[in-house]
Design a protein around this ligand. Structure first.
Ligand SMILES: C[S@@+](CC[C@H](N)C(=O)[O-])C[C@H]1O[C@@H](n2cnc3c(N)ncnc32)[C@H](O)[C@@H]1O
Length: 248
C-alpha cells in the first residue's frame, strides 16, 4: 500500500481503537500493520511468505502488541490463537476481534468463506477485494442474475456494506484492476436466519443454483418432493414453475 490515507480509511471502516485485537492477513512490508499498532491495537499478523514474515518481525521488533505468524491463512487455526488472547483481554464482558486486511485479490473469497462463520471470534471484517467483485457482493439484489450462492452465504453470516474504491495506482505492484473495500458486520450465531442445519441449508442453496434454467422443483428433487417444493414456492408468492435466473 503506497497511500497511508487508505490504511487510515481501512481502520476507520472497522472502527479500530486502542485495545482492539486485530487479525491482519498478509502484512507484506507492514504498512497497514504500522497504522494498526499506532492506533493501539494488538495485532496478530498471519503472513505466508517467510521473507515477508521476517521483514515485519524485524521492522517492529519484539513487542507484546504484535504477533507475526508465518502461515497460510487458509490453514491457520483461528480459534486456538484468538480465544486465549480475547479471554485475557475480556475484563468480564466477551470481547471480539476484528479483521482488517489488504490481501491479494485471489485469496479474498476463500478468506470471506473462512472468517464469516466465526461470529464467536470476530465482530467485523474490513477487506479490500477486486472492485467489481466487491460491488457485486455488496449490491446484488435477490431475484437478479447477479445474485449467487456466495451472496446467500455473506448475507447469512453478515451485514455488508461497500465502503470505498481504491484506485490501483495506490497499490504496489500495481494490479490491473481497482480495489473495493467492504465492511462485513459479522453476525453472532443467534442472529443467523433460522434454518434446521446450516450445512443442509447451503447444500440446498447450491443445488438450487445448479442447472441453468432448470425448475427448482427439479433441481431440489433429491432433497424433497415436488409437492413440498411447490408448496414452499407458493407460500412466498412464486409460481410452482420457478426456474433459477440464468445470466448465461
Ligand atoms: C498485497 S500484499 C500486502 C500488502 C500489505 N498488507 C500492505 O498494506 O502494504 C499481500 C501479502 O499477503 C501475503 N499472502 C498472500 N497469500 C496469503 C495467504 N494465503 N496467507 C497469508 N498471507 C498471504 C503475501 O505474501 C503478501 O505479503
Amino acid at each position: 500500500m503506497l497511500n497511508a490515507r487508505v490504511n487510515e480509511e481501512l481502520m476507520a471502516a472497522a472502527g479500530v481503537e486502542e485495545g482492539d485485537v486485530v487479525l491482519e492477513i498478509g502484512p507484506g512490508t507492514g504498512s497497514l500493520t504500522a497504522a494498526l499498532l499506532a492506533a493501539g491495537a494488538t495485532v496478530v499478523a498471519v503472513e505466508k511468505d517467510k521473507h515477508m514474515a521476517t521483514l515485519v518481525r524485524d521492522r517492529f521488533g519484539s513487542t507484546e502488541q504484535l504477533k507475526v505468524i508465518e502461515e497460510d491463512i487458509t490453514k491457520f487455526h483461528v480459534h486456538s490463537h484468538f480465544l486465549p488472547i480475547l479471554e485475557e483481554k475480556s475484563c468480564g464482558t466477551k470481547k471480539y476481534a476484528k479483521v482488517v486486511s489488504n490481501l491479494p485479490f485471489n485469496v479474498s473469497t476463500e478468506v470471506v468463506k473462512q472468517i464469516l462463520p466465526m461470529g464467536d471470534v470476530f465482530s467485523v471484517m474490513v477487506l479490500m477485494l477486486q472492485d467489481e467483485a466487491a460491488l457485486r457482493l455488496a449490491n446484488a439484489s435477490i431475484q437478479t442474475p447477479e445474485y449467487r450462492p456466495i451472496n446467500v452465504f455473506v448475507n447469512f453470516y453478515s451485514e455488508l456494506e461497500y465502503k470505498f474504491k481504491v484506485e490501483r495506482a495506490n497499490l504496489f505492484p500495481q494490479p490491473t484492476v481497482d480495489g473495493g473495500v467492504i465492511r462485513f458486520k459479522i453476525k453472532d450465531a443467534g442472529e443467523y436466519p433460522p434454518v434446521s442445519s446450516n450445512k443442509s441449508f447451503f447444500s440446498m442453496v447450491n443445488s438450487a443454483f445448479n442447472g441453468k434454467r432448470k425448475m427448482l422443483r427439479k433441481s431440489l428433487q433429491h432433497l424433497c418432493s415436488s409437492a413440498d417444493i411447490e408448496a414452499a414456492l407458493t407460500s412466498i408468492g412464486l409460481p410452482a414453475t420457478t426456474v433459477r435466473v440464468d445470466d448465461g
